[in-house]
Design a protein around this ligand. Structure first.
Ligand SMILES: O=C[C@H](O)[C@H](O)COP(=O)(O)O
Ligand SMILES: C=C(OP(=O)(O)O)C(=O)O
Length: 358
């Protein structure tokens, strides 16, 4: 062994660290789907809401697609109360808005932090993922049974099979839009997919993602029974760009929207754009989501037809709180700050009224 190879060998302390790696089996997606099955009526409802979203993307339905809900769900009771309120609002605004609830059970972190209900449902770092996956699937099914279409971000491709039959809209987030693995995942989904611009604000990665997702792929994956598999996907052209702002600032303004529309057309894509009113578009100040949404609405009323939807981060009560499992305030986000329900309800009611006037 020469000196260079010796340096590559793990040191004893690194070997000791590696020996502590734990592997715990989880139920397969098939087992969880059998334990928490969907009725035929629910499957039909989900297929209908996937189709309704596609109709908006295809310009056959001129309602505004609104993806709204908590940054992350951590308390099923609060998420269900939010869903009840959203379902009631839908009865009032459903003629002009297609409401889809964010039920985000996986969170991408900039460095480290709580990664969502699917990972750590007990909020205590125990990472009981078997319980997390079950809680996530139960919650999504309960919300879907209220008649609401569900949106989520798909982050860990292996986890998607545990709940992708419940989804009507999927986000590929700013941190993963550039990932080939997530583009392959999107190409096999029944749901429409919004690709976010990168965290720097670059839309080129989302444009490349849409081109890639439209193609058929063969990729490594696992079967619902948990075995290694080659997966062949049909391609998914029900995709769109999500402008969420970036390090260089917001990108919901008319100039950025027009530039994005032109870039999509040049790439041979239908120009379909959703504006995420939160994240870098609101400078992470939840209250500013209202002004971003009004800006988007005025652009759309002025004739910007590429604007097909908006996203809001909204919970029962505004703001956010630190994750302290013994003293959590009910209905308040433990990840990004959210609009409260009252502000959300009146904002969306005003948006629907304004859209009715045209
Ligand atoms: O939407 C949520 C957050 O912006 C995203 O998960 C990153 O969070 P973090 O920067 O707090 O890790
Ligand atoms: C993580 C999210 O967004 P982004 O990927 O834009 O940061 C989100 O919408 O929860």
């Amino acid at each position: 062994m020469n000196a260079a190879t010796a340096e590559l060998k793990p040191t004893p302390s690194r070997r000791a660290a590696l020996s502590t790696i734990r592997t715990l089996p989880l139920p397969t997606a098939h087992e969880l789907r059998q334990a928490v099955p969907l009725s035929t009526a629910l499957e039909t409802q989900i297929a209908a809401s996937q189709q309704a979203i596609r109709a908006i993307l295809d310009g056959e339905d001129d309602r505004l697609l609104v993806v709204t809900g908590p940054c992350s769900v951590h308390d099923p009771a609060a998420a269900l109360e939010y869903a009840e309120r959203l379902a009631a609002l839908n009865a009032v605004v459903g003629d002009r808005l297609l409401l889809v609830m964010r039920v985000y059970v996986e969170k991408p972190r900039t460095t480290v932090g709580w990664k969502g209900m699917a990972y750590d449902p007990h909020l205590d770092g125990s990472d009981d993922m078997a319980a997390g996956l079950a809680m996530a699937r139960h919650l999504m099914r309960d919300i879907a049974e209220m008649g609401l279409p569900i949106a989520t971000e798909l982050l860990q491709p292996m986890a998607s099979a545990y709940f992708d039959d419940l989804l009507s809209w999927v986000a590929i987030g700013a941190r993963t839009t550039e990932s080939q693995i997530h583009r392959e995942l999107a190409s096999g989904l029944a749901a429409a997919v919004g690709f976010k611009n990168g965290t720097q604000g670059n839309i080129d990665v989302a444009i490349a993602a849409m081109q890639s997702a439209a193609h058929s792929h063969r990729h490594f994956g696992v079967t619902a029974q948990g075995g290694p598999a080659m997966i062949e996907t049909p391609g998914n052209s029900a995709t769109h760009l999500v402008l969420r702002g970036g390090r260089s600032g917001p990108n919901h303004d008319a100039g950025s929207v027009a530039a994005s529309r032109r870039a999509m057309a040049q790439a041979g894509l239908e120009p379909r754009i959703m504006v995420d009113c939160s994240h870098a578009n609101s400078h992470k100040d939840h209250r500013r989501q209202t002004e971003v949404l009004h800006d988007v609405l005025e652009q759309r009323l002025a004739g910007e037809r590429s604007l097909i939807g908006v996203m809001l981060e909204s919970h029962l009560f505004e703001g956010k709180q630190a994750l302290n499992p013994v003293a959590l305030r009910y209905g308040v986000s433990i990840t990004d700050a959210c609009l409260g329900w009252d502000a959300t309800g009146s904002l969306l009611t005003r948006v629907a009224e304004r859209l009715r006037q045209v």
